[in-house]
Design a protein around this ligand. Structure first.
Ligand SMILES: NC(=O)C1=CN([C@@H]2O[C@H](COP(=O)(O)OP(=O)(O)OC[C@H]3O[C@@H](n4cnc5c(N)ncnc54)[C@H](OP(=O)(O)O)[C@@H]3O)[C@@H](O)[C@H]2O)C=CC1
Ligand SMILES: O=C(O)C1=N[C@H](C(=O)O)C[C@H](O)C1
Length: 263
């Protein structure tokens, strides 16, 4: 049995993760952290019925009682670096779905993981379709360097652009053989052309009704190629998270991108 502690257990993703783990034979929820619901029964909060697990307010409080095999973190870009540092310094494996870590912070965490013999995964997107969208985008960018990303999310999302859009842009930038054409447009409204990351323009849409969606638009001469992925339900992320909970136990190192765990 792999004992998993869910950090951010009452949130949109954390509660979905708890419900998924409860349905797996080889995984169990050994702890749950979420300051806003501390003291409440986890099962009542995630809608599965009382299960006797009391949500606590911090990782420190949870680890003082028992150390899990794996921490799954879906919290906030504001706290993820400190969360991950604490988990890895305790020699515990971590699966990070929370966005917002910089490349420099990932390097620091990788060093800590090595020193404390812990493993980790940072995956901006756990859905198989999104991973494939990123892979295909990199392939197309070899031949069509003129590309822009539009990501569309629910309006409760904290950050923009999305972590998925940033990783997609990184993959496109690495794969491009030719430079894109110069952008000669002058904005008469600041932000109208979106933001540039790694030389790739990203536009972020935030509206109620969306879950998580992304289009990658490639322009050529007299032709267009558009790749699109839609997560219509947060269940789309769960097979990836469950798989990661197992793989992190045996895959050495601290890696970035779910593709590292796909055979
Ligand atoms: N990798 C992937 O596939 C996906 C990644 N994400 C990312 O996951 C993150 C969470 O998203 P989502 O679930 O929608 O957000 P939510 O705001 O719904 O959930 C986050 C939860 O974490 C809690 N929280 C805040 N601070 C702490 C802390 N220090 N310790 C423990 N819990 C804390 C929040 O409490 P409170 O509300 O009281 O602040 C909230 O309950 C985001 O970065 C998002 O981009 C989302 C979907 C898929
Ligand atoms: O906040 C979200 O909802 C999502 N966040 C991740 C991101 O920023 O890429 C993954 C997915 O897009 C949903």
């Amino acid at each position: 049995m792999i004992h998993v502690l869910v950090n951010g257990a009452s949130g949109r993703m954390g509660s979905e993760v708890v419900r998924s783990i409860l349905g797996e034979d080889d995984l169990d929820v050994c702890g749950a952290v979420d300051p806003g619901t501390a003291g409440h029964d986890l099962g009542e909060i995630v809608g599965t019925g009382a299960n006797g697990i009391t949500i606590v307010s911090s990782l420190q409080e949870a680890f003082a009682v028992n150390k899990p095999d794996v921490v799954v973190d879906f919290t906030s870009p504001k706290v993820i670096f400190d969360n991950a540092k604490f988990v890895l310094e305790n020699g515990v494996n971590i699966i990070i779905g929370t966005t917002g870590l910089t490349a420099e912070q990932r390097d620091i965490l990788s060093d800590i993981a090595d020193r404390h013999h812990a493993n980790g995964l940072v995956a901006p997107n756990f859905s198989l379709g999104a991973v494939l969208l990123m892979k295909l985008s990199a392939e197309v960018a070899k031949y069509m360097p003129n590309v822009e990303i539009i990501e569309l999310h629910h309006n409760k999302k904290y950050d923009a652009p999305s972590g998925t859009a940033k990783l997609t842009a990184e993959k496109i930038a690495d794969a491009r053989v030719e430079e894109p054409e110069e952008d000669l447009t002058k904005e008469s409204l600041p932000g109208a052309r979106g933001g540039k990351y790694k030389g790739v323009t990203i536009h972020s849409v935030r509206l109620p009704g969306y879950v998580a969606h992304q289009e990658v638009l490639f322009g050529g001469y007299g032709e267009l190629l558009t790749l699109r992925h839609d997560s219509l339900d947060r269940k789309s992320f769960m097979p990836g998270v469950m798989m990661a909970c197992r793989k992190v136990m045996t895959t050495d190192g601290f890696v970035y991108g779910l593709e590292n765990y796909l055979e």
